[in-house]
Design a protein. Sequence first.
Length: 302
Amino acid sequence: MLDVCLLGTGGMMPLPYRKLTALMTRYNGHNLLIDCGEGTQIAVKEKGWSFHPIDVICFTHYHADHISGLPGLLLTMGNAERTEPLLMIGPKGLERVVNALRTIAPELPFPIRFHELSQKEETIRVHGYKITAFRVQHNVTCYGYTLEIERKGKFDVARALEADIPQKIWSRLQNGETVEDSGQIFTPDMVLGPPRRGIKVTYCTDTRPTPLIAECAKHADLFICEGMYAEKDKEAKARQYKHMTFYEAASLAARAEVAELWLTHFSPSLIHAENYMKDVRKIFPNASPGTDGRSVELDYIE
């Protein structure tokens, strides 16, 4: 099971009724954060989740509304006597940007490891997450992220018995290990069926629509996508500042054949996002505006 929480849905500046965009997920005791705008700590506290298990922080880009909450978060994690390493993933320049922000959080009891993205598309596997970073089109280098929880094939008892595989190593094979026993090599493919459908979430903000977004979001269980503007007269502004409208996000969701779309990263001028959903759902029926603290538990689908 993967827990997903959209901590905030605002773009550019926090508002009394809307926090800045950030996403948090929980899987098997490991938490992952995408972006860390001002107020992220408050959003996590309001949700009732914990900072301590955050093992990975991914950054889409380094505009202030996506990273300005980081120094305070690091201090809080340090004050909680965290010692486990923290992995940060983001576009080139990540280490320089984070170290500059750490001027006000210079001493931490845990190490930070940096993975700087340089390719159009990169995959990192950590703590049970398969993280695919893909470059999008903003006015600075920016990435979207697809998070997947992969699922192995079913263990085939009949095949294991037929191949005379010792029962004592079945669990190791089921966990994906190659095992040597009594001079013989046993591999997982000898007892496992084809991989089963896992769980997939795609998140992207601050971009124009691109084919790669639809490709990386293909068949996602949940697609969380920027909808900076909903008003029809803001389309030119979206193109100028490299953002998306509700309708462009819905078109991407339809093209990617996702199960559900949550819109996020709303302009401060956008007040009643739900008033525009009738036209959005003509493009993609299972669309809804994100709300601060909205969460869902995603489980495997047989």
